[in-house]
Design a binder for this molecule. Structure first.
Ligand SMILES: NC(=O)c1ccc[n+]([C@@H]2O[C@H](COP(=O)([O-])OP(=O)(O)OC[C@H]3O[C@@H](n4cnc5c(N)ncnc54)[C@H](OP(=O)(O)O)[C@@H]3O)[C@@H](O)[C@H]2O)c1
Length: 236
């Protein structure tokens, strides 16, 4: 019988999720990764070696989630940083800034946890991904609301799924591919602005976020909590 632990990361082929996958593998765990791009998934699995496996998945598609978890082993943990969305102002009235955002970030994670239930070990740990705009919005009210909703979801799930633990990671601006894939003329002013708003005066690294994620997954006293890994942004 296999004794190793396996963690699923939907959104594990890049950024914070990939950095967490590396940390888990380094300490001897296995990972079952998901992302949309088959090429990116294949390259990631090759790089990570034989403790990594995975399958393509679209987190907003319930059938895709069902197929994904049908191939997953019994899981010690689940992390769901996968999301592709746009943000914008309320007054624009643009549906991508409100309903689509919730579909991408809130409902994606909600149904991912639901689809994972048959595969979660009785003492498993689930980690949702929100963002520090939940408590300190700069604008984009639907984005603030979506992140707050995820933090509330973690609290509600922690009660219903107990003894499975459920927490939420709420990062600030982080130098991940999410930003690196944006044009330099968008990214640099955003990083500069962020550096003035937070206490540590710089964006976080993906390694720092993965470290925070690992703490929430591992610490057996943590459930129903949101950890603001935001360089003090939410304090100012
Ligand atoms: N970076 C920041 O500044 C920041 C700040 C606050 C909150 N966050 C939150 O952190 C999460 C993003 O993490 P990251 O910054 O590490 O981003 P990232 O480097 O862009 O990684 C995103 C990962 O999710 C996958 N993905 C994206 N959309 C997906 C979908 N619909 N279905 C399945 N997989 C999908 C991507 O692979 P494919 O493209 O191949 O699918 C990739 O593996 C988001 O929830 C975001 O709101 C980030």
């Amino acid at each position: 019988m296999s004794t190793h632990r396996t963690y699923t990361i939907i959104g594990g082929t890049s950024g914070i999720g990939l950095s967490l996958a590396r940390k888990l593998i380094e300490r001897g765990d296995h990972v079952f990764l998901g992302g949309r791009s088959p090429e990116r998934l294949a390259t990631t699995l090759t790089t990570l070696g034989d403790r990594a496996s995975g399958r393509t998945v679209e987190i907003t598609d319930k059938t895709s989630l069902r197929d994904f978890f049908a191939e997953a082993p019994i899981l010690s943990g689940l992390f769901t940083p996968a999301a592709s969305y746009q943000t914008g102002s309320f007054t624009d009235g643009d549906i991508t800034t409100s309903e689509d955002l919730f579909k991408a970030k809130f409902w994606g994670q909600y149904w991912a946890v639901h689809a994972a239930l048959p595969r979660l070990a009785p003492n498993a740990s689930v980690l949702l991904m929100s963002g520090a705009a939940s408590v300190r919005p700069i604008g984009a009210p639907a984005y603030a609301a979506c992140n707050s909703a995820l933090e509330g979801l973690a609290r509600g799930l922690a009660i219903e799924l107990n003894p499975i633990r459920v927490n939420c990671l709420s990062p600030g601006t982080t130098d991940s591919d999410l930003w690196r894939n944006r044009p330099q003329e968008t990214r640099e002013p955003a990083y500069e602005y962020w550096s003035k708003l937070c206490l540590v005066q710089r964006p976080a690294t993906v390694d720092e976020q993965a470290h925070a994620a690992l703490f929430l997954l591992d610490n057996t006293n943590m459930t129903g909590s949101t950890l603001f890994s935001d360089g003090g942004y939410s304090l100012r």
